[in-house]
Write a protein that binds this ligand. Sequence first.
Ligand code: ZN
Length: 142
Amino acid sequence: MNVRDFEQGRCFLARLDLGAEIVSQISDLAKREGIKTGTLSAIGALSRAELACYDQAAHMYQTIRVEGPVEMVSALGNISLRDGQPFVHAHAVLADGEGRTRGGHLMKGEVFAAEICLQELVGQPLIREHDPATGLHLWGER
Ligand code: ZN
């Protein structure tokens, strides 16, 4: 297990822009504010989205396309450094007009309305490195 402790830094609440791509808008905010490590949560509504499930045998993401409109019931994630830049890792549960949900790794989504809470964490930044056993970019020991 790889454990590191942090102090709480700044906490941001942000309303994202209509039509924006949610993951890139969150990473842009992190870059602009110099956030290297943090946690995030989000709720709102998306016009469409692309979720994914990681195929653990093939080491590839299987795409789940979600044609909206959908409620973003819950999205949770974190920010750490990958290739020297803030990288957003988020998962989301999305609900259609009948309340039926689909969930997965949030690849991208077109914002209809979204409110996010971004908690900066201050300490030695977590750095994502390629992990041969899983094929994922996981937090390294550095
Ligand atoms: Zn994921």
